[in-house]
Design a protein around this ligand. Structure first.
Ligand code: URA
Length: 219
């Protein structure tokens, strides 16, 4: 509820924490206290965790002078939260971006040691080759000499220009650079899962919803 309304409710004695009426708007309340407003339970969340289906052309940042950002897409629903993306997708990539205001959670999720798997669907301008399959399995050395960890690569049996890639690390433009080593270009890239949590197909481009407790536990 808006701040002025909350203030009014508190001053008129409608808010209670663990059954005790609070009358001062500046009163400190424990995170774990059960709150009621006019006798009805109030739910309160310390942090927000959202699954967003990022559309093409939107940047994975909190604010950008020019382009629409992933946080712009949820600002109306969460006007008072300082949400940011936990991990990035390129501007032209689509799919699963996790938005949160829990810095410690995001930090832990992105820690290189955790190796949280990310799954992508890729459309290439050339078919997947045996060299690509062997290279991804062994670990590709990028054009600049940087050695990548082995990554999963599976071609679509119906269309060899389509593939599923599983990354165990996050390096800038990683998938484009991996295929670039084999002379193939990436036409479309979509992240469909993070750490065993699949992107909800019901969301659609720009759609978002809170992660469920089970999904959060997975991460
Ligand atoms: N790899 C890329 O090249 N781009 C992405 O957005 C994600 C992984």
């Amino acid at each position: 509820i808006p701040r002025t309304e909350a203030r009014r409710a508190i001053l008129s004695g409608q808010l209670a924490a663990d059954g005790a009426v609070c009358r001062r708007p500046d009163q400190k309340i424990e995170d774990t206290a059960a709150l009621t407003l006019a006798g009805r339970p109030l739910s309160w969340q310390k942090y927000v965790y959202l699954m967003l289906d990022k559309p093409q052309g939107v940047v994975s940042a909190s604010r950008d002078g020019r382009d629409t950002t992933v946080t712009d897409l949820v600002r109306e629903q969460y006007p008072r939260r300082e949400l940011f993306p936990a991990g990035r997708l390129d501007k032209d990539s689509t799919g699963f971006v996790l938005l949160t205001d829990d810095g410690a959670f995001a930090h832990a999720l992105l820690a290189p040691k955790r190796h949280v798997d990310k799954v992508y669907q890729v459309l290439l301008d050339a078919p997947v080759t045996p060299e690509m399959l062997a290279g991804f399995a062994a670990g590709v050395v990028l054009a600049d000499g940087e050695a990548m960890l082995p990554a999963g690569l599976e071609a679509d049996p119906q269309d060899p220009c389509r593939a599923t890639v599983v990354l165990h690390q996050g390096v800038y433009h990683q998938i484009k650079r991996l295929f670039g080593v084999f002379g193939a270009g990436v036409c479309a890239l979509r992240r469909v899962a993070i750490g065993g949590v699949p992107l909800d197909p019901a969301l659609g481009p720009g759609g978002s919803r809170p992660l469920t407790g089970a999904e959060l536990a997975c991460l």
